[in-house]
Design a binder for this molecule. Structure first.
Ligand code: PXP
Length: 251
């Protein structure tokens, strides 16, 4: 299971004062030292946290891989085409939202694969630039089928509903399990993320078909008290323990 650490909120703290600290590049290096398999950032259209210069600096400094989250806006897609991160995760983006609130809408009768022309165009442009494309979608079987029809290699399942309801119901976890199995059966690599914390990560990390988790807010929050390396190390340990549980069960 790959653990990609999202460092957007290191930049959120910096942008609170429009100064030069804390430095996302230093945060990425610390995350890598502590066992992150990749670094994730979201270059939003409103540049509320990560800036263009951050993505350029991270592209040069990251020793693992860079996963760039982006909306399908052509300005941002062009930046991604130039920088060529290892992976681009397409997400829906609304300026008013506090964070990415839902998965991409690939539905409707709008052309082949059901996706909007904008999303299809972004997939094509990124793929032609040699970037691996993942689509951030809700754990919904029809949406997974539409993603598969678009020819992308990977999807990231939105774990937000699970993160909001896991204390009182296991329905969202069951939906994630079904969705992960369905996506894998459709030949997609399956990632997951959003709202995962130290308290709720293990049941998700134990879903066998998942191969990548993207976790940001909880790690950066804990880094305030523990430091970045220890915050990542603790998440790494929880994820690895959950995977060990699967392999013990299988043997
Ligand atoms: N995956 C995607 C596609 C996201 O947009 C985000 C939030 O930026 C995350 C994962 C990480 O979510 P969180 O910060 O809640 O861990």
């Amino acid at each position: 299971m790959r653990l990609y650490v999202n460092i957007d909120h290191v930049a959120t703290v910096r942008e609170a004062r429009r100064t030069d600290e804390p430095d996302p590049v230093a945060a990425a290096a610390a995350a890598e030292r502590a066992g992150a398999d990749g670094i994730t950032v979201h270059l939003r259209e409103d540049r509320r946290h990560i800036q263009d210069a951050d993505v350029r600096a991270l592209r040069a400094a990251v020793r693992t891989v860079l996963n760039l989250e982006l909306g399908a806006a052509s300005e941002i897609v062009q930046i991604a085409r130039r920088l060529k991160p290892y992976q681009a995760t397409l997400v829906p983006e609304r300026r008013q939202e506090i964070t990415t609130e839902g998965g991409l809408a690939l539905g409707g009768a709008r052309g082949r694969g059901g996706a909007s022309r904008k999303i299809r165009g972004a997939i094509e442009q990124l793929t032609n630039a040699g970037v691996r494309v993942s689509l951030f979608i809700d754990p919904d079987l029809r949406t997974i089928d539409r993603a598969a029809a678009l020819g992308v290699p990977a999807v990231e399942l939105h774990t937000g509903r699970y993160a909001h309801t896991w204390r009182t119901s296991d329905a969202a976890l069951r939906a994630l399990r079904r969705a992960a199995a369905h996506a894998r059966a459709r030949g997609l690599a399956v990632h997951a993320g959003h709202g995962l914390t130290y308290a709720n990560v293990q049941p998700v990390a134990a879903i066998p078909e998942l191969e990548e988790l993207n976790i940001g807010h909880a790690i950066v929050s804990n880094a305030i008290f523990l430091g970045m390396e220890e915050a990542v190390r603790r998440m790494r340990k929880l994820v690895d323990e959950a995977r060990e549980f699967i392999s013990l069960g299988a043997s």
